[in-house]
Design a protein around this ligand. Structure first.
Ligand code: DNO
Length: 410
């Protein structure tokens, strides 16, 4: 595997000089300053690529080249936006970048309710609490129909037995304060979204109102309609991908559940099978995000890796723990539901050399005071990267592959 790291550009407090010291070979990044819906120019791409190369690394993967909402809900200007997307693909390819991670989640990219949930070891991880999410939906967003949907909500078998999420949300409503509401909105709408080139930014005024406006765009868009729009998008861009050797890899929905009445179509094995078959071209591939997939109790992550390895172009290694009540948090990279050791074995055997980044690490040992993006600590991710490098080196030895450890006298 190629060991990569998600880096947020020249303004990132974690510098390329730091990453060089910890065995990073490739960079995963985006042109974070280009507004949504605009072409990424060759000059902008080249400037960043050359900067990365000046540190002895390469720009391995774009994460993300965002798919704007109009393409997802099928708005009147979607064809125009697809042309913009195609031009950015051509420009990236001309500059030697050939792997794109994107998602097809309506409105919200990823979701957590608590960004600093304490582990037994005193460090913190990201956390998703269903009752707090339902409270946000019903009491803050005040989404029509939310109450009824949460009343009907059922956890996957084996989890959340006897739990009444709606009753918990109602109980929370009695203890929440304007400050706590604000913190929850920051977590769900701003801090997790602001840095991923999504729809919301740090400093947005009235983010909840903006959120409602986005939701309204999806009126009448059900799972079938969203699938049709995804197929339309992929079919439109595939000729360009063929022409310039571009691998598209969709990121699974995180968490892999339907949220806020919006359809989500990259949650399960059946979903992924559908999207790979709907556009059966090897350039239509997958970001195998073990973390997102392992947050769904119904997902057999190892089985999915075996099944989809040949259509995977990029890997996110992370693992989740689901509590008996159904909430989940991010586990150690050596524990949890994802079985990262076995995943590395499968990918190194079936599709060796893919770019891989560790995803979301613990926030630890002072990371919390550094202002890093949620989930993207330095020390916590470096700790995970060290663990994962050990796994890759071991598996590569088992398989007779050469393990690269740049930066040392060997
Ligand atoms: C969160 C990330 C996602 C991911 C996008 C890909 O930490 O995994 O924001 O980058 O969904 O488009």
């Amino acid at each position: 595997m190629e060991k990569t790291w998600r880096w947020f550009g020249k303004k990132d407090k974690i510098t390329l000089a730091m990453l060089r010291q910890i065995g990073v070979e490739g960079i995963v990044t985006a042109l974070h300053d280009v507004p949504l819906g605009q072409v990424w120019t060759r000059e902008q791409i080249r400037d960043l690529r050359e900067y990365i190369e000046s540190y002895g690394m390469r720009w391995s993967v774009v994460e993300s080249l965002p798919v704007v909402e109009t393409i997802k809900y099928g708005g009147p200007d979607r064809d125009e936006q697809i042309e913009v997307y195609k031009q950015s693909l051509r420009n990236l390819s001309a500059e030697g970048v050939h792997c794109i991670c994107y998602n097809f989640m309506p409105v919200l990219d990823w979701a957590r309710t608590d960004l600093l949930h304490e582990n037994p070891n005193g460090a913190t991880n990201l956390y998703f609490n269903y009752a707090e999410f339902a409270y946000f939906d019903i009491y803050i967003l005040k989404r029509p129909g939310a109450r009824e949907e949460w009343a009907a909500f059922r956890f996957p078998e084996g989890y959340g037995e006897g739990r009444d999420v709606l009753a918990e949300a109602d109980a929370l409503a009695k203890t929440m304060t304007p400050e706590k509401d604000h913190a929850l909105v920051e977590n769900i709408v701003i801090k997790t979204q602001g840095f991923v080139s999504g729809n919301f930014k740090e400093g947005d005024e009235a983010p909840v109102q903006k959120f409602r406006e986005f939701l309204a765009l999806y009126k009448g868009i059900d799972k079938a309609a969203l699938r049709a729009n995804m197929k339309y998008f992929l079919e439109a861009i595939m000729p360009v991908c063929e022409e310039c050797g571009m691998n598209m890899c969709v990121h699974p929905d995180d968490p892999p559940i339907e949220v806020l009445g919006l359809p989500r179509i990259v949650r399960t094995e059946e979903d992924i099978e559908w999207l790979l078959n709907a556009v059966p071209n090897k350039h239509n591939g997958l970001t195998f995000c073990a973390g997102s997939l392992s947050a769904g109790a119904y997902n057999d992550v190892v089985g999915m890796a075996r099944k989809f390895a040949s259509r995977t172009h990029f890997i996110h290694l992370r693992s989740c723990h689901i509590f008996p009540n159904g909430d989940f948090t991010e586990a150690s990279h050596l524990g949890g539901r994802a079985d990262i050791i076995e995943l590395v074995r499968i990918f190194e055997k079936e599709n060796p050399g893919l770019p891989m980044r560790v995803d979301h690490g613990m926030t630890m040992l002072g990371d919390e005071t550094r202002g890093y993006n949620a989930g993207y600590s330095f020390l916590g991710r470096m700790f995970a990267m060290g663990q994962v490098q050990g796994i890759i080196a071991t598996v590569d030895r088992e398989l007779g592959l050469t393990y690269r450890q740049p930066g040392f006298f060997d």
